[in-house]
Design a protein around this ligand. Structure first.
Ligand SMILES: *[C@@H]1O[C@H](CO)[C@@H](O)[C@H](O)[C@H]1NC(C)=O
Ligand SMILES: *[C@@H]1O[C@H](CO)[C@@H](O)[C@H](O)[C@H]1NC(C)=O
Ligand SMILES: *[C@@H]1O[C@H](CO)[C@@H](O)[C@H](O)[C@H]1NC(C)=O
Length: 425
């Protein structure tokens, strides 16, 4: 789902930076992966718990350190599920997220020049998430690479969209960590600039995916799907032809139907109300689990977002997905309580999926605001009718899931309140 796009100032990396541009062309990988049953979280959750201050929360979390882990739909991958470590929206990211227990896999859907669907977080992010500017395809970009100019005081830039390329061209690219070098004077240097809180350790030419390949891969893994139809970054109909927004929305349902996937395994998402409304009207079975991503409160304020809930309900939406801060507020005694938005959604019988625990940088969060954002997930979990889901960008889904579950218990809530007080909320 969403990850705040922060322009990244060039970061000097440690010595062993892998030269993405110098990578060999990727050998075509077989997508026939077997099911993953041995779930491993890696060292990160244990590291995080070890670094917590002593107290009941640390004890409680530490107590599950030797438990066997299992996949769960409680964990929805984000851009594959491991984009702090692996190039996003690639086979490798999906495999890493799956290894860490994701039960539902995400592909953000954008279209190519020949109207094929590919997995990319943004229709126009190829210049920061692939090696395109350093390949001959860079010339096809909406805006090809422009070097930084000290004399003109301008940063290096480029804008490359999936709709600039055919699917076959797109498939020759290497996925890399999202980032760019704003002071680059060469296309090769532009590829660098991975933020310091990510790593290039596994950025060895990520395997980019067509949406149809995503379906085959995730189906083979036995997991569920959450494709997100991204807002088109070009005027629709595309190139003035017959490829309308409606045709684009229809194509998503068609690709699952053609692959023989039961719609009960698909949670199509979109920030575009028009897309969800289209599915409700033309593909009701596909729309039953459609997730309306809602950031309407960002522009118009929370009350407007609350008012919108009735419209969504009346249109037939079953699941809304607001960002975490919409869902909680403080009461007079400084206790975290469900917000008006959360209460109204519940009253209307809307289910809630939320995002994003980590919006901007490392965990544990260092600012008061981020710590608070991280905590509020817990109150929402205790205020929705069904076990809710959350999207995670990082590598410690189990740990967070368990924290959230713990926090939704009565004792957990009491202890959380103590913690919040200690943290000055
Ligand atoms: C700097 O600006 C001048 C005048 O607009 C332009 O001709 C030139 O190409 C620019 N140089 C770079 C490196 O952007
Ligand atoms: C960014 O680009 C500049 C100019 O090309 C280069 O000197 C610098 O080493 C680059 N930074 C990284 C992290 O590659
Ligand atoms: C949500 O609320 C905003 C602000 O009132 C409004 O502009 C927007 O059209 C609403 N969205 C829907 C789908 O009703």
């Amino acid at each position: 789902m969403l990850f705040q796009h922060v322009p990244v100032v060039a970061t000097l990396l440690a010595a062993a930076v892998i030269e993405v541009a110098a990578l060999p062309k990727r050998a075509q990988q077989s997508l026939g992966k077997h099911r993953v049953t041995n779930i491993e979280l890696g060292p990160r959750p244990y590291y995080l718990v070890d670094n917590m201050e002593a107290g009941p929360l640390k004890d409680r979390l530490g107590a599950c350190s030797e438990d066997a882990m299992r996949p769960t739909k409680f964990s929805i991958s984000h851009r594959g599920g491991a984009c702090l470590q692996f190039p996003e929206e690639t086979v490798e990211s999906i495999m890493a997220g799956t290894r860490m227990g994701a039960g539902i896999q995400e592909c953000d859907v954008a279209f190519t020049k020949d109207r094929q669907f590919v997995c990319r977080h943004d229709q126009c992010d190829l210049h920061t998430t692939t090696n395109i500017v350093a390949t001959e395809l860079g010339a096809k970009c909406t805006q090809p690479f422009t070097p930084a100019s000290a004399a003109n005081g301008t940063a290096a830039s480029a804008k490359c969209c999936t709709s600039d390329l055919t699917l076959a061209e797109f498939k020759t690219l290497c996925g890399k960590m999202d980032g760019f070098n704003a002071s680059a004077t060469t296309p090769e240097d532009f590829l660098h600039g991975t933020p310091g809180w990510r790593t290039d350790l596994y950025a060895t030419c990520g395997t980019v995916l067509a949406h149809k390949e995503f379906i085959a891969l995730v189906d083979g893994l036995g997991l569920d799907f959450t494709p997100e139809l991204k807002a088109p970054a070009v005027p629709m109909p595309f190139e003035g032809g017959d490829y309308t927004f409606e045709a684009y929305a229809q194509q998503l349902a068609d690709e699952y139907r053609e692959a023989g996937v039961d719609f009960a395994r698909v949670y199509p998402q979109s920030f575009q109300f028009a897309a969800v409304r289209y599915w409700l009207e033309h593909e009701p079975a596909f729309a039953r689990q459609a997730v309306l991503l809602d950031e309407s409160g960002d522009r118009a304020g929370l009350e407007a977002a609350v008012a919108n809930l009735t419209r969504y309900k009346d249109a037939g939406v079953n699941i809304v997905a607001p960002p975490l801060p919409y869902l909680v507020e403080l009461d007079g005694a400084n206790a975290i309580v469900p917000s008006r938005y959360a209460r109204e959604a519940k009253r209307l019988g809307l289910q809630i999926i939320t995002w994003s625990l980590e919006r901007s940088g490392p965990w544990p969060p260092s600012t008061r605001r981020d710590r608070r954002a991280a905590l509020i997930i817990t109150t929402r979990l205790s205020s929705t009718p069904r076990p809710a889901t959350a999207t995670f960008t990082g590598s410690s889904t189990c740990w967070r899931a368990r924290w959230a579950l713990w926090a939704s218990s009565r004792i957990g809530r009491l202890r959380l309140r103590t913690m919040l007080t200690a943290w000055g909320f």
